[in-house]
Write a new protein. Structure first.
Length: 297
């Protein structure tokens, strides 16, 4: 069983909403909402406090890991009952879990100087967890069949999921993924965001860089290297400074929040049903983890 299939099999990891999802093409194009002077929907993006209305209908990384951990405990029990060992996933340190929406609108100053547009290296607890995933990919065939069954969705994985939530289907984040993509694309067309983008572009031009917007700067093929170059760091540093001076993120987040609120009203039943299913999985995971107490990998 491949690593990607093993990860996809775990409860919420399959459909975790990420920043990349928000940047996909929109399937529908709601008209830009009217400008508002409401305060921005976040406290400080550098500390990961960018919060958007649709976030309530997704799973945070912390919640996803909780479900994975609870399911893994039940898988270990199942494997042990078969006389087989099962190394559970190491718990992640809280400070190693990245806040949601951290790079939603491009690079952040806290990382630009050191990493440019490259992601920061995985912290130690993430490295340890990924190492266990890698070890599972190399398990003997007998272990693979016991853990995942011939289909990759059976075996002790299926047993653990049933013990966790019975017949409750895994959370479906299609509605969230679709709507958050729609919102970010629509917000880019909002007049006030366009004005802020022009100001950002002018600021970057003064610094000697020519990019239409922060997402284009961050995704430039020039940065497809093993690590950040001095040019990449300089570009990212200027990018972050121009975002701050033009208040681009404040304007963009306010526009997107306004659009998201409208989309939530238009899709309330669909979103509430998806959230209820997600909440059932999370509550079940917490019950398992609470029973285990301070279990150690």
């Amino acid at each position: 069983m491949s690593l990607s299939r093993a990860r996809a099999a775990t409860a919420l990891a399959l459909l975790l909403a990420t920043t990349a999802t928000a940047c996909t093409a929109a399937e529908e194009k709601p008209a830009p909402a009217r400008h508002t002077t409401a305060p921005p929907p976040y406290a400080n993006r550098q500390t990961g406090q960018l919060k958007l209305p649709l976030d309530a209908y997704a799973s945070t990384d912390t919640e996803t890991y909780a479900v994975e951990d609870a399911q893994d405990i039940l898988m270990r029990r199942c494997m042990n009952n078969l006389g087989l060992e099962w190394k559970v996933l190491p718990r992640l340190d809280a400070q190693d879990i990245e806040p949601p929406n951290l790079r939603r609108y491009g690079v952040i100053a806290a990382e630009a100087v050191r990493y440019g547009y490259h992601p920061r290296p995985d912290p130690p607890s993430v490295v340890r967890r990924n190492r266990v995933w890698d070890e599972r990919e190399a398990l003997p065939a007998e272990m693979q069949r016991a853990a995942y069954g011939p289909s990759g969705k059976g075996g002790c994985l299926k047993t653990a999921q049933h013990q966790l939530v019975g017949d409750t289907a895994p959370p479906d984040y299609h509605a969230f993924n679709q709507l958050t993509g729609t919102a970010v694309e629509a917000s880019r067309r909002a007049p006030e965001v366009g004005d802020a983008m022009h100001a950002w572009h002018a600021c970057m031009a003064k610094a000697g860089f020519d990019y239409p917007d922060p997402l284009a700067a961050a995704s430039s093929a020039r940065w497809n290297k093993d690590g950040p170059t001095p040019t990449e760091r300089n570009t990212a540093r200027a990018d972050a400074a121009c975002q701050q001076s033009t208040k681009l993120v404040t304007v963009w987040a306010a526009a997107e929040s306004r659009i998201q609120r409208r989309l939530i009203q238009q899709n309330a039943d669909r979103l509430h049903k998806a959230k209820a299913r997600k909440d059932r999985w999370l509550a079940a995971a917490h019950r398992v983890l609470n029973r285990e107490g301070g279990w150690a990998p």
